[in-house]
Design a protein around this ligand. Structure first.
Ligand code: MN
Length: 703
């Protein structure tokens, strides 16, 4: 288990001037605040903030970040106030702890909207100071590493959230190792059996590859040494979830997943990167179309590297990434690299293009759900560089169209664009742009965006702006329509139009839980509220009573003998596979568009359906059911005369109706009888099964 001494040693190694006393003080402060708390597995709570600080030290972060990591749960869980923290540890630490406390209050919900909104809050906090999110990541990483101590339900919830939100975000921020660990830990939690099987297979394949990799490494090392280029060659970490995704996406088993051998060469200077590239290409032929120079054209998150794939020994493809130490730090640590402790680094210098890119992203997309999509989507989109007629350069995702470009210039240029010229030639608006194109946008003041544009634009900015415009436009139209419908209805009742401005109107708006008359117009325009309902409220009480519509009960199959958590009137079907009867222990399964299907708990089909956990629902039989249910009974007996007649007589004698009967005999002289019966409840069928199985010549009875 990690100790404060370990953590301090780690920090000293990269930051010799760190204020160790203050870190020790924070450790003591946190220990005291959490002294009465324990973790789920029983260890003292302080191990959690200490482990978080340890992760932050691994990321080589600055002292305020480490201290905030130690204190991150104190305000949330104990009686500590931010004021105390400010007094002892300063404004910077207090700000970080406060931001983390606020973030921890927004528990993610399963509902997508709420999740997206919370996610946006996280990003806003982050755009103020990225260290907030780095501490949040470390917090989550430690919780994921120790997740086995939690209950099954909690484990699944946290793992889901990690894979849905934290992993894509870490990826977006360029922290590759963190994304990999988040995904693999979640994968392991959510699908333990599959994970361990994959782990085993990967290890086995790795063994086979080891010799090949060392052969390639040997050749490269020899060549680099001969050329006098300092470099280290590394293999890549296995990413189990990545393999799993390939299997799912391409619908192939593990054995068919093409495992390209990937090697990374890290050297000292940019010049040496290109030298190494030249050497590789002179040793092995390159695979066309796979060479990418992210050094001269970095990705938008500033990732730099040379990528190439060559046909290695024996014809296998080998993927190389070539980069300098600086580039490697950025590629591995992403945004965290900017917050690394570095001797003369000022805060200003740390506020790099990365942060402004992030701010742009937050600003661009007002709709939280879309934001989540944008972050989850194409990770670090590859870019094309397009020029304005004046020679300004715009960076766009690959696949961007003239419309994306127009929105990149200005929202109004986007809204008003009617045509485009690429390199002097008229092109359609959906025309995909290439790097180096000079693009001119033609606008018309009376023009607006079209819904069709959404089918081809690719940048989040263009998508968001178009949707926003359409939404506003739709609202405008609904208001117009709402006003017209309401005015017509008012006139029809012989009322003056001035009632719309009367005091009674305020009351009516509230009665529909709306905020303003405009909202009411919109609701009427959309048809959520009818004009009739509104105008009715102006009418004298009794007339309203007369006109009140009758509540019509929804149609359902047969009778109300099933309730869901006390609610009856549900639409349900009896499972045709297991024919449950009142008294059987049952479970409901939500069938799309058909309501709930009722199965017996021991129904073999249910095991398969239960994989889709969210669709299972608890149901019970209602008390008053003197209605009969269909049930199937299988009887196996010796094929001797009279057996069918005597079983049938017994059933009829018990006052049970036989609605269908099927009989067959096997070549080994057994009779197979299948009865379809109408029974009242479970007791009736149980006693029937008992009686039949005691009959002479009967071998087995089952439902
Ligand atoms: Mn925590």
């Amino acid at each position: 288990m990690v100790s404060i001494e370990n953590v301090i040693e780690k920090i000293k190694a990269y930051n010799p001037k760190a204020d160790i006393e203050l870190i020790k003080k924070a450790f003591a402060f946190s220990g005291e605040a959490h002294c009465s708390q324990r973790r789920e597995e029983g260890s003292p709570y302080i191990y959690h903030p200490l482990s978080v600080a340890d992760i932050l030290a691994d990321m080589k972060l600055d002292v305020p970040t480490i201290i905030a990591g130690l204190l991150h749960d104190t305000v949330e869980d104990t009686g500590t106030s931010t004021v105390d923290i400010r007094e002892i540890f300063g404004v910077e630490v207090a700000f970080l702890v406060d931001a983390l406390t606020k973030l921890s209050k927004v528990e993610f919900q399963t509902k997508e909207d709420a999740q997206a909104e919370n996610f946006r809050k996280m990003l806003l906090a982050m755009s103020k100071d990225v260290r907030v999110i780095l501490i949040k990541f470390a917090d989550r990483l430690h919780n994921m590493r120790t997740i086995e101590h939690l209950s099954e339900e909690k484990r699944r919830r946290i793992a889901r959230e990690t894979i849905d939100i934290y992993a894509p975000l870490a990826n977006r921020l360029g922290i590759g190792w963190l994304r990999t660990e988040f995904e693999d830990l979640s994968f392991k939690t959510l699908m333990p059996a599959l994970f361990s099987e994959l782990e085993r297979k990967v290890a086995k394949r790795r063994e086979e590859q080891e010799r090949y990799i060392s052969e390639v490494k040997g050749i490269v090392n020899e060549k680099l040494e001969a050329a006098g280029i300092p470099a280290r060659i590394k293999g890549r970490i296995k990413h189990y979830y990545g393999i799993y995704q390939k299997m799912v996406k391409q619908k192939i088993p593990f054995e068919q997943v093409q495992d390209v051998i990937g090697l990374r060469i890290i050297t000292d200077t940019v010049g040496h990167c290109y030298d190494i590239l030249g050497i590789l290409h002179s040793v092995w032929p390159l695979v066309p179309g796979r060479f990418k120079d992210f050094i001269s054209l970095p990705k938008s998150n500033m990732y730099q590297s040379l990528h190439t794939t060559v046909v290695g020994p024996g014809g296998d493809h080998v993927e190389f990434q070539i980069r300098s130490d600086d580039m490697n730090e950025l590629a591995e640590e992403g945004i965290a690299a900017h917050w690394r402790y570095k001797e003369k680094d000022s805060i200003d210098k740390k506020n790099t293009r990365f942060i402004s890119w992030l701010r742009e992203l937050v600003k661009d997309i007002s709709d939280a759900k879309e934001f989540l999509e944008a972050v989850k989507g194409e990770v670090v989109p590859e870019t094309v560089y397009v020029f304005t007629p004046k020679g300004d350069i715009k960076e766009l995702s690959v696949g961007s169209t003239a419309v994306d470009f127009a929105y990149a210039i200005h929202t109004q240029v986007g809204h008003k664009c009617v045509g485009a010229k690429a390199n002097g030639r008229i092109v359609p608006l959906r025309h995909k742009l290439n790097s180096g194109d000079v693009v001119e946008i033609i606008t018309s003041p009376s023009h607006g965006p079209s819904k069709d544009w959404l089918k081809f634009v690719v940048t989040p900015r263009a998508k968001a702006r178009i949707k926003q415009w359409l939404k506003t436009e739709e609202r405008k139209k609904s208001i117009e329509l709402g006003i017209k419908l309401l005015e017509d209805e008012i006139k029809r009742h012989g009322l003056p139009l001035s009632v719309l401005k009367s005091e009674k109107m305020e009351e009516i708006i509230k009665s529909f839980s709306l905020m303003s008359i405009e909202d009411l117009y919109v609701s009427v325009g959309y048809g959520k509220v009818s004009a009739h309902q509104v105008v009715n409220k102006f009418m004298p009480e009794k007339e309203e009573g007369e006109a009140a519509p009758k509540v019509v009960k929804p149609h359902k199959e047969g009778r109300s003998i099933i309730t869901i958590r006390g609610i009856d009137n549900i639409m349900y079907h009896i499972g045709r596979c297991c024919f449950p009867v009142p008294g059987d222990s049952i479970t409901g399964f939500i069938t799309k568009g058909k309501g709930v299907t009722i199965h017996r708990r021991d129904c073999p089909n249910l095991e398969r359906l239960a994989l889709d956990n969210a669709r299972l629902i608890e149901v019970e039989w209602s008390q008053d059911s003197d209605i009969t249910s269909t049930v199937k009974l299988y009887v196996e007996g010796m094929d001797k005369p009279g057996i069918l007649a005597s079983v049938t007589a017994l059933i009829s004698g018990a006052n049970v109706n036989i609605s269908h009967l099927q009989a067959a005999s096997t070549h080994d002289k057994r009779a197979l009888l299948e009865f379809t019966l109408e029974v009242k409840n479970r007791n009736q069928i149980v006693s029937l099964v008992n009686k039949i199985s005691q009959m002479d010549g009967v071998l087995a009875v089952r439902r």
